[in-house]
Design a protein around this ligand. Structure first.
Ligand code: NDP
Length: 316
């Protein structure tokens, strides 16, 4: 019997446990919070085959000598210190339809709200001000997505249905049909000049940390808006506030911040051009995540490539 150790939020873990017991009783599922560490590492560590974690424990290779794969419960792996993991240990991020659907919903909601000037009308309501502004048709609005992976592509596939002019940027520039693709740092300025609404769906890596800064904002068209659903450390918050205050940017929807939770005194909370949600754009859904995990275990055990296996040298 293979052993899966789960180290993440325990209430969701109970849900995973029930689903796995129904779908794949041949696996033993152990929750981290059920273990007794009073005499050091519990004996079960010697039998762990697969670790499913948000933040893994230290020295996992030494402490779990049978460990075959490390799975992230989330879409990102930036919470892992990849330099501390054995080169031979496969690391797999979460790719599952529930998580993708959640992100598509969130970005669509935010993009439509920005497209239809909802932040402006909510401000006007506070002043009991009945004042209309021209409605821009979707085909005159350009939306650009930074990051064309699982989430970026799914989001663009939804947005293009509204008739928006869609653009996407990534390393490779692989885009869905109907989307103009831009690749690499050389094409970033041209991509940015096409974004009336820019969405960030990049993973956090050394290259993307601090990337949403004043220099990048200056390349966006005047009056552009930002949707930040990547990771908080990609955004230089002071630069965003300066760009909003100068009127160069008109609004920002932030689902992720640095740090999280955002401190009470942070200026982002009260800025009229900023909407904040507490990192809920999308969440891993146990039903679909357990199915995705089992499909990957089957692939791994049959010697096939797993979906979502990351390249440690790239960091995503
Ligand atoms: P993927 O790994 O599938 O896609 C990442 C994309 O980013 C790829 O298109 C990749 O390019 C591109 N990319 C990475 N680094 C660079 C770079 N330096 N320059 C240009 N392009 C780059 O990830 P997902 O789509 O599944 O997820 C994206 C991120 O969304 C996650 O890492 C996480 O940070 C965030 N997220 C946020 C959530 C929330 O609730 N706010 C929930 C889930 C995820 P290429 O295709 O060329 O390799």
């Amino acid at each position: 019997m293979k052993t899966i150790l789960y180290k993440s939020e325990p209430v969701r873990g109970e849900h995973w446990q029930k689903l796995l017991a129904d779908l794949a009783p041949e696996y033993r599922f152990v929750q981290w919070n059920s273990l007794d560490f009073s005499d050091g590492d519990p004996e079960i560590f010697a039998e762990v085959d697969y670790l499913v974690a948000w933040v893994p424990p230290e020295n996992i290779a030494q402490r779990m000598p049978q460990l075959k794969v490390l799975f992230s419960v989330g879409a990102g792996v930036d919470q892992f210190d990849l330099t501390q993991l054995p080169a031979s240990l496969p690391v797999v991020r979460m790719v599952e339809p529930g998580l993708t659907q959640g992100m598509v919903e969130y970005v669509t909601l935010a993009a439509l709200a920005l497209h239809r000037d909802l932040p402006l009308y909510l401000q006007q309501q506070k002043q009991s001000l009945w004042k209309s502004h021209p409605v821009v048709s979707a085909n005159k609005r350009r939306i650009g997505v930074l990051g064309l992976g699982e989430l970026g592509q799914a989001t663009l596939n939804m947005l293009k249905n509204f008739g928006f002019e869609c653009h996407g940027w990534s390393r490779s520039g692989n885009t869905p049909e109907g989307v103009t693709g831009w690749a690499g740092v050389e094409q970033l300025p041209a991509f940015l000049s096409h974004c009336d609404i820019m969405v960030c769906l990049l993973p956090l890596t050394p290259q993307t940390r601090g990337m949403l800064n004043g220099e990048l904002f200056a390349r966006l068209p005047r009056g552009a808006a930002l949707i930040q659903t990547g990771r908080g450390q990609q955004l230089v918050a002071e630069d965003l506030l300066a760009a909003l205050d100068s009127g160069h940017l008109r609004a920002a929807v932030l689902d992720v911040t640095d740090p999280e939770p955002l401190p009470l005194e942070d200026a982002l909370w009260s800025h009229p051009g900023v909407w904040i949600t507490p990192h809920i754009a999308s969440q891993t859904q146990p039903e679909t995540a357990v199915t995705a995990l089992l499909a990957n275990l089957q692939r791994y055990e049959q010697g096939q490539p797993m979906q979502g296996e990351i390249d440690k040298t790239k960091g995503y």
